[in-house]
Ligand binder design. Structure first.
Ligand code: SF4
Ligand code: SF4
Length: 357
């Protein structure tokens, strides 16, 4: 039996839900307000956290938070269900989790009072820090003032070292552009161009903005595109088996790395995943471990996939587009979970295909 060996996770993010107040053009998890109002249950969250606790490592120095250490509670937007978020922080504290932080788009930071009250309550429950999403895609939906308020108050409550501004590059640019309120991405691009070409290049650099998820359909015109064969030699063995920054979603899928829409199994039964994921009945996973060329051949020869005429901006674009076809047009692949993720991208993909004609 061919199996995929997974190391126990050293850092993990739990998606309490895919529901969000925003529908960011770059969202890796295709979150939006249109998802059903489904949240992980408190009992399920307890089972997940109990299973993952032993291997998760703290950030250094101890007491700090880091993107790739400890536990983060995320979504979707976790503050849409504040009671669950608070319960999750208490649970993590009771299980001794190190470096626990929450990720937010700050939609709820409407004034200083509510922002301070919630951050303080969470800190007293055991939360050690906050990751604040700062980028031009969130600012399409969340007034920039709320994001700046969240940073100021969070630094006061958690200390500067425990507030992760993600991404500092965007904060600098949004400040330099003098953004107030919300701003369309098209306008952000226009203003960046008048600032400098460097500002625009930096904004969409793959080292800052990962070319995967919704972005490959909403923003692909901004990137150089290549034919499928340009990516055939890429193998995802490392990404699929890495122990850091893995995710568990509200359906209990154990999602490797940033590979949204791929499940290695039920995170509540981590011992089965770590014991070796059977590739015998997971053909997509088995192909990905070898190469994207294998995945392409499987999809074209076995399931009628046709190459995108407009080309692909990255290996993850090719991978996602093939998985979209397999999940939506074929079905029955248990490693392609949750089905709602693929449904959530159906419309933007169809629109992108129409634009490429
Ligand atoms: S705020 Fe975050 S979770 Fe929500 S749509 Fe934007 S990137 Fe996705
Ligand atoms: S190509 Fe697919 S499996 Fe590989 S890193 Fe990207 S999304 Fe994950």
């Amino acid at each position: 039996m061919e199996v995929l060996r997974i190391r126990p996770p050293t850092s993990v993010g739990v998606l309490l839900s895919y529901k969000c107040t925003c529908e960011c053009k770059h969202c890796m998890y295709a979150c939006s307000p249109r998802w059903e109002n489904r949240w992980i249950s408190e009992e399920g969250l307890r089972e997940v956290l109990e299973a993952l606790a032993p291997s998760v490592v703290p950030a250094s120095p101890r007491g700090w938070v880091g993107v790739n250490e400890g536990l983060h509670l995320t979504g979707g937007e976790p503050f849409l269900n504040y009671d669950l978020l608070l319960a999750g922080v208490k649970l993590a504290e009771s299980l001794g989790y190190p470096s626990v932080f929450v990720e937010t788009n700050c939609f709820w930071c409407v004034n200083d009072e509510v922002t301070r009250r919630r951050f303080k309550e969470l800190r007293e429950a055991g939360l050690e820090g906050v990751l604040i999403s700062v980028n031009p895609f969130v600012v399409e939906y969340v007034p920039y003032e709320r994001i700046k308020r969240a940073i100021t108050v969070a630094e006061e409550v958690f200390g500067r070292e425990n507030v992760l501004v993600y991404h500092e590059v965007y904060r600098e640019l949004l400040d330099r552009l003098g953004v107030r309120g919300t701003l369309r991405v098209e306008e952000y691009i226009r203003r960046c161009c008048s600032l400098s070409l460097h500002a625009l290049t930096l904004s969409f650099s793959p080292s800052i903005l990962l070319p995967m998820g919704r972005l490959v359909y909403t923003l692909y015109e901004l990137y150089e595109r290549r034919p499928a064969k340009a990516f055939f030699r890429v193998s995802c063995l490392g990404e699929l088996t890495r122990p850091w920054h893995v995710h568990v979603d509200c359906y209990y899928n154990y999602v490797p790395g940033y590979c949204a829409g791929i499940s290695l199994g039920d995170a509540r039964r981590l011992e089965e995943i770590v014991g070796g994921v059977d590739l015998g009945d997971r053909p997509v996973l088995a192909a990905l471990v070898r190469s994207l060329g294998e995945l392409y051949r499987l999809a074209v020869e076995g399931y009628g996939y046709t190459e995108l005429r407009g080309g692909y901006i990255s290996p993850c674009h090719l991978c996602l587009d093939i998985r979209m076809h397999l999940a939506l047009e074929v079905g029955g692949f248990k490693e392609l979970q949750p089905p709602e993720f693929y449904e959530a991208l159906r419309e933007v993909r169809e629109a992108a295909v129409r634009r490429a004609r």
